[in-house]
Ligand binder design. Sequence first.
Ligand code: FAD
Length: 288
Amino acid sequence: MRSALSALELSRPRRLDEALELMAMRDRPTPLAGGTDLYVYLNAGTLSATRFMDVTRVAELKRLRVAREAVTIGGGVTFRKLREHAAIRRRFPSLAAAAAEVGAWQIQNRATLAGNVANASPAGDSLPVLLAHDAVVQVRSLRGGRDIPFAELYRGYRDLALEPDELITAITLPEPPRGARAFFRKVGTRRAQSISKVVFAGVIALERGRVTHARLAYGSMAPVPARARHAEAALLGRALTTAAAAEARESLARDLAPIDDIRSDREYRMDVAGNLLERFLHPFLKPA
Ligand SMILES: Cc1cc2nc3c(=O)[nH]c(=O)nc-3n(C[C@H](O)[C@H](O)[C@H](O)COP(=O)(O)OP(=O)(O)OC[C@H]3O[C@@H](n4cnc5c(N)ncnc54)[C@H](O)[C@@H]3O)c2cc1C
């Protein structure tokens, strides 16, 4: 049954310190950003919360800082901004590509990066990109701030390593190694408004024909976004031959444990995961 809207309370802080004060209260509100996940839960009547805090007016959450060594994206930055931002498109094209695949325009206009991260769906499109880019999540409470490596953010299915009074303020993506190439591909049932069956992001760098850096990250393939570490190890330090690529593909079976669900079965997901890896590596392959 739908949640009765008349029973809900909403606060609308304008500054981060006000928001953090509300989060420090015993009966703290649930942060509400674009609402594109929360409204769905409210509509379905699956949300027990009745107090909300609209964070869309908090200017600190909307900043996007571009520096030579990193880009820091405020938690409240929308996917619309990410898909259009010149520095993101140039330096983190896989994030711009993922942003352009979240829902459709209407969703991208409202949906935020922190909302995607905090919602913690294994199918969240930005999550493999953040994992592949060694992102760091900045969180704040009245007690202070701390940085959580994105790879350590999820303790299990929809279980974040966040304290109840902490807000995600920003996400930092360090500049990838020189010459690195990034890739993003989402496979769903249609071009827009579809939840991914498999989502993949990769970053690779080569020096003198050998792989010096490899990040292969998948969504919808495990309860949390997953790095394919065995597959990465099969590539690191080697010339990128068809044999090395085949070995990496085989290693995926040790890295990924997809489930059968209404969107796909395990076998299909593993096939697609391997195909996406091959597609990513193909432009760099050298004859054996
Ligand atoms: C039609 C439709 C299509 C969609 N398609 C896609 C898709 O293709 N790919 C995809 O990945 N997602 C999709 N989504 C899901 C949703 O749009 C994204 O997860 C979005 O990024 C959520 O962001 P939001 O700002 O709307 O979050 P909200 O709904 O406002 O919040 C989501 C969660 O994040 C928490 N939160 C928000 N901000 C913060 C913060 N600063 N700190 C801590 N916690 C915070 C909230 O408390 C809540 O738990 C779709 C949703 C709809 C309705």
